[in-house]
Design a protein around this ligand. Sequence first.
Ligand code: GYE
Length: 324
Amino acid sequence: SIQKDNGEETAEEKNLITIGFSQLGAESDWRSANTVSMQSAFVPEEGYNLIYKNGQQKQVNQITAIRTFIQQEVDYIVLAPVTESGWDSVLGEARDAGIPVILVDRRVDVPDKNLYSCWVGSDFELEGRKMAAWIQKYTETIGMKADELHIVNIQGTIGSTAQIGRTRGLANAARENGWDLMAEVTGDFTETKGREVMSGLLKRFDNINVVYCENDNEAIGAIDAIEAAGKKAGPNIKNGEIMVVSFDGVNKEALDYAKEGKISCIAECNPLHGPRVKALVEMLVEGMKPDKFNYVDEKLFSSIDDVTEVEIDGVVYPVQDIGE
Ligand code: GYE
């Protein structure tokens, strides 16, 4: 076969399937785990050549990456989109080039659903509803009245599916329960921004008793800010502690915080999508039509044993005890 100058065969010569993967960034531990999962699933030994591009949390970088993949004539494009809007033209270009697009993690908001083959990820609004149900049950158990809850929401990247769903889950529950949801401010899913935003909120409000962080990295930053302000992060809100809850359950520090009670509850968000995306690609290769939307099952984690499960629309979700 034809050899490249360095003597190695090209992906094409090896009959590998080339996947262009536009990852949105490297903002969190969840994201790093997700990238590793993708990189370990799509390896040459399994018949794949993965081209990975990090979008640095900017949609324009992702659009450029997709256009490059189209020029390179990759076989499939996998897109983890940073936010939902603004994908119509570039996805149209991929379709015109005959390259199927698979979405992973977050979604795109396009009127023409045929612009992508399928999606795999989490039900982010359900995650938010589960967390709100946990807050409701726990605070009731310790005898707090609904109007005594003073909540701030440190949101994820505005306009991302994870932010939209988690914010909606809390906001609806706050309205239904009569909770005082005092502020919604973005922390961009990062530890640095979580710290900065929380320290600002503590200056603005002196009665915060629940901090809803839309991921663990923000929670770690927020806890730093709480401690720097001379307060304690914990579930004992009747005695002046500030209860922090968050999402993901991927990083070791956050799980340790959950064991110590600094984070009271974590809604699991599973990042290990590599094998799932690979299964979808394999179906497309075989000429099969995968389900359009593929959801992953997820639990809650907590070391507080007062609440063992939550129920939503008749479905029971267990709270996994993560011990001391
Ligand atoms: O929860 C957060 C990350 O989209 C589910 O993005 C993902 C979220 C995840 O930065 O940590």
